[in-house]
Design a protein around this ligand. Structure first.
Ligand SMILES: Nc1nc2c(c(=O)[nH]1)N[C@H]1C(S)=C(S)[C@@H](COP(=O)(O)O)O[C@H]1N2
Ligand SMILES: [Mo]
Length: 438
């Protein structure tokens, strides 16, 4: 892993460079000659050309870089400089702009699309957070290895074997630890590093699979086992440890179905971990190996990223700061950002969630005025969410709607922007959502 994964630009550049190198190799050419044929001097220049066009400027239609015939001379007539070649595919499912905000290899769900929908987020709408492109895996040859000092007998399990074990279904959120990151800047005035999500880096689905504990038992889990680390077979082999206690919770699963369908490729086909309540990075997709250890396990995702770095946070062991696990209590409106509503009676809807307990109260505040209770709707599932609504007599003009949720453990969304940390994790302050009534 040469590139710094905390830096999106560096990461994208490394990925683009690798795609180009592979393509060039397949063509029996140098990477440089392929770039030249495309009219670029460097991967950075190519990426810059791929960046979104400023408003009002029509994007230049262009052929795919893979379709460009290499030219022996630096100046190719086929692809004029400034053309925008298509990068290699990142995802399998369609990710149109009416469903997702585009952050390259990451796609944010648009909350307005949940309005009028049921409890779960349909698979087509579910956000995607990928450190590299979605791998295509053949379930017939896929194997899961469970090994390490924490098990008595390492095992390999096939897809069919996993599907033959007793299964459970749970309805839970998967939420990125960085969900809401951009709001540190919008409302706190300080920009945190990383994908500038609003609140759509989360979703709720019904997940079906086998309790992770049952699989660990098959490998003879030792009483002395301490940490459990699922590892993906994606290009960067993304992995993150959890305690054995967390691994043995009833709703920590090896999942093979999402909302009643086989797990879609972008969400981890054939098998992903679901580490309920914990930040999304723990729910490793495309799992191929699980390391179980008697020692504490470390990975870049618990030493450098997904730890709290900033004023007031101290290093812990090899970690640069407190290691994140549980998500906190948050809320979002089923509205566009910014939202536009007609004057008059409006039914305003949204959802609130917490990893600690069910939500007991949701209060709303118009234009930072007094809080009033919203109506909670069934079902109300801990580590998933609750839907709620309230009536609002909307008057013409610019407004804000703030939502404050409380869970049964007494956690309440804070009013002010607190706990700034450099990588922008766990934003959960009340969000004054901008609404124009016209
Ligand atoms: N193997 C692997 N697992 C992964 C990731 C990844 O890049 N590779 N991304 C993680 C992160 S940061 C999040 S937030 C969730 C997102 O899950 P989703 O894409 O199904 O919404 O997957 C996690 N699991
Ligand atoms: Mo994430």
């Amino acid at each position: 892993m040469g590139a710094d994964l905390r830096n999106e630009t560096e990461y994208l550049e490394a990925r683009a460079d690798e795609a180009l190198t592979n393509h060039a190799r397949n063509q029996g050419l140098s990477r440089r000659s392929v770039l030249r044929a495309m009219g670029f001097t460097s991967v950075a220049a190519w990426l810059a050309a791929c960046a979104p066009q400023p408003q009002g400027q029509a994007p230049t239609p262009s052929p795919s870089p893979m379709a460009v015939a290499p030219s022996p001379t630096p100046t190719s007539a086929a692809t004029p400089p400034g053309a925008t070649p298509t990068p290699p595919p990142l995802f399998v499912k369609p990710v149109p702009p009416e469903l997702f905000r585009d952050f390259g290899s990451n796609r944010e769900m648009l909350w307005q699309n949940l309005r009028g929908r049921g409890y779960v987020v349909p698979n087509d709408l579910f956000f995607i957070r990928n450190h590299s492109e979605t791998p295509r895996i053949d379930a017939a040859t896929w194997k899961l290895r469970v090994e390490g000092s924490g098990v008595a007998r390492p095992v390999e399990i096939s897809y069919d074997e996993l599907l033959s074990l007793p299964s459970v279904s749970v309805t839970r959120f998967v939420e990125c630890g960085g969900n809401g990151r951009s709001l540190f800047e919008t409302f706190g005035g300080r920009r945190a590093a990383g994908t500038q999500w609003r609140l759509g880096a989360m979703g709720v689905a019904e997940w079906t699979g086998v309790p992770l504990g049952a699989v660990l038992e098959r490998a003879g889990l030792k009483r002395t086992a301490r940490d459990v680390m699922p590892e993906g077979v994606d290009r960067l082999k993304v992995r993150r440890p959890m305690s054995v206690a967390k691994a043995l919770e009833d709703d920590t699963l090896l999942v093979y179905a999402m909302n009643g369908s086989p797990l879609p490729p972008d969400h981890g086909f054939p098998v992903r971990a679901l580490v309920s309540g914990w930040i999304g990075i723990s729910s490793i997709k495309w799992v191929g190996r699980i390391e179980v250890s008697e020692e504490q396990l470390w990975a870049p995702t618990n030493t450098d990223t997904y730890v709290l770095i900033g004023p007031g946070y101290q290093p812990e062991g090899r970690a640069k700061g407190p290691i994140l696990s549980n998500q906190n209590v948050k809320s979002a409106l089923e509205l566009a950002w910014p939202a536009t509503l007609k004057p008059g009676a409006q039914l305003v809807r949204g959802r609130s969630w917490s990893s600690f307990a069910t939500i007991t109260n949701v209060d709303y505040s118009i234009d930072r005025g007094p809080y009033r209770p919203a109506r909670l709707r069934e079902p109300n599932i801990a580590r998933a969410w609750v839907r709620w609504d309230f009536d609002w007599e909307a008057t013409a003009g610019a407004h804000t709607i703030g939502i404050r949720a409380t869970d049964a453990a007494g956690n309440v969304q804070p009013e002010d922007v607190t706990r700034f940390n450099e990588q922008g994790y766990l934003y959960n302050s009340v969000v004054p959502h901008p609404v124009t009534v016209a």
